[in-house]
Design a protein around this ligand. Structure first.
Ligand code: GLU
Length: 377
């Protein structure tokens, strides 16, 4: 048995939700909801990444002409997304669970502001025990800004919410050495440790396709590789295996496992440290340096000086009162906003700006200590 997981992202593909048919299969979704409810009751958190919007749209509208074209798919997604959410809403309602729809595209992960906003939203949903149900924002996502498949989307979400486990549910038991539907010799691969992924595996994954959904095994392999580098253990497993989610959350060995390449914390630290442009700097007073050194957050009252131009969500360098780097963190306010609220108590932010993004200039979870507090040197 492996470790119990605490923050789990589960990707449900169309083939899992329809059980391979042309319609969403409510009993299957009910069974998954039951498992998720149990996992939540044990104190872990679950974020769902769910496909099925296009399938649900098609279910409502029937076969449409030119259904392979992008505008038609976008239309079907627009029709189906609300139906999909209505289904989740009613099924999770049996367990008295609240769900929330989150629609994202690739740009939301690339632009720091929206990245930070999305991260804050997920964190707030988590604090309120709400289950986020994520899908690509298909109706607006053009080719250039799409993630394109929900496997890769789920890997990006795993990084965004600092997941320690990403489960990619599919209609196969896991990743095989060949296509199990075509070759009898194809064997289940229990674990993929090699980093980078060896070419034979890419080849083996390239051979499989599943009906209605977008993703095949190759996008699962891409997603697994991405997420393990963002600090999550990844599992590819069959959505129809009994209690699959509960067992995986408990650390049971089912399907194909991709152990994380680095911890979520290391990966996040690297992301924050590497994001500094070399210009944006905030100087702080001794009290604030002390708070940050003790793993507290930076509040506006402790900010003494602001240098360089930066946006909300950028990495800024934080200078101790002695002028040395204390650390770097993701900042919640722009240079201009910070210039107006520095030295002030957090309660006054709203009055001074007319709005606020929370009490913290840098949240403790978004700060990486690189130096020492001045009194230690
Ligand atoms: N976003 C699409 C849908 O909800 C599915 C994409 C995928 O399956 O990868 O239908």
């Amino acid at each position: 048995m492996g470790q119990k997981a605490e923050r789990i992202v589960v990707k449900l593909g169309t083939s899992t939700l329809t059980e391979g048919s042309q319609r969403l299969h409510a009993p299957r979704i009910l069974d998954l909801a039951r498992q998720i409810d149990l996992i939540l009751r044990r104190g872990a958190t679950v974020t769902l990444v769910s496909s099925g919007a296009v399938a649900a749209g098609r279910e409502r509208l029937g076969e449409v002409e030119g259904s392979a074209g992008i505008p038609t798919k976008q239309m079907l997604a627009a029709i189906g997304q609300s139906r999909l959410m209505a289904l989740y809403e009613s099924i999770f309602g049996f367990y008295d669970r609240v769900v929330a729809q989150v629609l994202l595209t690739r740009t939301d992960f690339m632009r720091r502001q929206s990245y930070l906003n999305a991260r804050n939203t997920f964190e707030t949903l988590r604090q309120h025990g709400v289950i986020p149900i994520v899908n690509e924002n298909d109706t607006v996502a053009t080719e250039e800004i799409r993630v394109g498949d929900n496997d890769n989307l789920s890997a990006l979400v795993a990084g965004l919410v600092d997941a320690d486990l990403l489960v990619l549910l599919t209609d196969q038991e896991g990743l095989f050495t060949g296509d199990p539907r075509l070759s009898r010799d194809a064997e289940l691969i229990r674990e993929v440790k090699a980093h980078p992924i060896p070419p034979e595996l890419w080849e083996a994954a390239g051979g499989t396709r599943s009906g209605l959904g977008t993703g095949g095994m190759s996008t699962k392999l891409q997603a697994a590789d991405l997420a393990r580098q963002a600090g999550a253990d990844v599992r590819i497993a069959s959505g129809s295996a009994p209690d699959v989610l509960i067992r995986l959350a408990d650390g049971e060995e089912i399907g194909t496992r991709f152990p994380r390449v680095e911890s979520p914390l290391e990966s996040r630290k690297r992301y924050i440290l590497a994001g500094w442009s070399g210009r944006a700097t905030i100087a702080i007073d001794p009290g604030a340096a002390d708070a940050l050194g003790r793993h507290g957050s930076l509040l506006p009252v402790g900010v003494t000086r602001v240098e360089g131009a930066f946006q909300r969500g950028d990495t800024v360098q934080v200078l101790s009162p002695d002028g040395r780097e204390l650390g770097r963190g993701l900042v919640n306010y722009t240079d201009d906003e910070l210039g107006r609220i520095r030295g002030e108590r957090s309660e006054r932010i709203r009055e001074l700006l007319g709005y606020d993004y929370g009490d913290e200039v840098i949240h403790r979870d978004d700060f990486v200590l690189t130096g020492r507090r001045s009194e230690e040197t």
